[in-house]
Ligand binder design. Structure first.
Ligand SMILES: [Zn+2]
Length: 136
């Protein structure tokens, strides 16, 4: 469990470092992505993100909705990502929604493997599918 939290924090740090470094050095590249005006920067930094996974804090207070979404892996440009962004309003946990989205960058070991798996599967997989495909 501790190991997982450390990984989670590491993923966030990497994500923020990427976000910041992209902001400073790729302002030139941003101009190439004017298809969607409101999210130029988002699209640019998403290029470095291999995939995103949903993480619920699993304990006795975790509601069914969060439990169901836990471990769901998605491509960063997946439409559903916008609607399932935590904290979600349907959360029934008395402690409130404590879910997070973990962004995994492409330099993370094995991330490209999962990314290509997600591409084959239409952009979204549950954790069981990911585990099964990686072993097999
Ligand atoms: Zn939640």
């Amino acid at each position: 469990m501790t190991r997982f939290i450390v990984l989670l924090i590491a993923a966030y740090i990497i994500y923020y470092l990427f976000k910041n470094s992209l902001k400073s050095k790729t302002s030139r590249n941003v101009t190439q992505h004017h298809t969607d005006k409101k999210s130029d920067a988002v699209i640019t930094h998403l290029k470095e993100i291999a995939y995103v996974f949903y993480s619920a804090t699993k304990d006795g207070n975790t509601c069914d909705v969060c439990m169901e979404l836990d471990g769901r892996h998605l491509l960063p440009n997946h439409k559903i990502l916008q609607t399932m962004k935590p904290p979600h309003t349907g959360c029934k946990s008395p402690k409130g929604c404590r879910c997070t989205l973990v962004y995994v960058t492409r330099d993370e070991e094995g991330s490209r493997e999962i990314e290509s798996l997600l591409k084959k599967r239409g952009g979204m997989c549950d954790k069981q599918t990911i585990d099964r495909e990686r072993i097999g």
